[in-house]
Design a protein around this ligand. Structure first.
Ligand code: MLT
Length: 241
């Protein structure tokens, strides 16, 4: 049973929060949406890393034929990499059977940070909200929804997604203990639940993605409850459970 459900609007690197038994990392635009899409399309696993150089080292260790170099800087393909961070790039043809070494500005950093403790670490996006909630119903202890944010700042779409998870968990157990932060996220979700695409498109990161030609990604990542994938990050690799 969940003891307390919390939400962190940013990863807050370097400072310590109360230890959580389960951490759910959220980066709707676009890292966790991309991870869900990649696993749905048959990727063998995703190895999140902080830096591009590190990704190249990991890829060499895994072997060029069985891995792909993936990620973005300033939302665009990194020179010499195979795939950018657009979910649309992660087709079955490209990713099936491959281990993806992924580095993104915020999402993979939040994942690496979350994995430093002893918590179970899941990835959530709007795409797999219901599937993650079904998993969390059986979680024990302190659960934190950790929003990746954007370079230390709150991202509206991440808080919205955290709120969608809180909303579903509270509907399941109306006595669930939630922190003020989790309650605030649920309030944001409730105010926008009927207009998710518009709400997400109004955020700073979404507008930046649209300017760079990724409007289709914003729409794709605003879809809710369309994937059954629950990505678990364990022993350095994210795989579907
Ligand atoms: C990130 O991890 O910072 C994002 O996924 C950036 C992006 O939109 O590509």
């Amino acid at each position: 049973m969940i003891a307390t459900l919390d939400m962190a609007a940013t990863p807050d690197f370097g400072t310590s929060r109360a230890p959580a038994a389960t951490v759910v990392v959220i980066d709707v635009l676009r890292a966790t949406s991309t991870i869900v899409t990649a696993l749905d399309n048959g990727a063998a696993g995703v190895v999140p890393v902080r830096e591009a150089d590190e990704a190249i080292i990991v890829m060499r260790r895994l072997g060029r034929e069985r891995s792909l170099l993936c990620g973005e800087r300033e939302s665009r393909l990194i020179a010499g990499f195979d795939l950018d961070n657009s979910p649309a790039s992660y087709t079955r043809e490209r990713v099936e059977g491959k281990t993806l070494v992924l580095t993104t500005t915020n999402g993979t950093r939040a994942l690496v940070e979350a994995a430093r403790g002893n918590a179970l670490v899941y990835c959530a996006a709007l795409l797999n909200r219901a599937a993650v909630v079904e998993r969390l119903v059986h979680a024990e202890g302190y659960v934190r929804l950790l929003c990746a944010g954007s370079e230390g700042n709150l991202s509206f779409e991440d808080v919205l997604c955290a709120g969608a998870i809180v909303d579903a968990l509270v509907r399941h157990d109306k006595h669930l203990a939630i922190t003020d932060a989790a309650r605030a996220a649920a309030t944001v979700y409730a105010a926008n639940a009927k207009k998710l695409t518009t709400a997400i498109a109004s955020g700073t990161h979404a507008r930046a993605l649209v300017e760079k030609g990724f409007a289709a990604d914003v729409n794709a990542c605003a879809k809710i409850d369309v994937s059954r994938c629950v990505p678990l990050y364990a022993d350095g690799v994210i795989g579907a459970v």
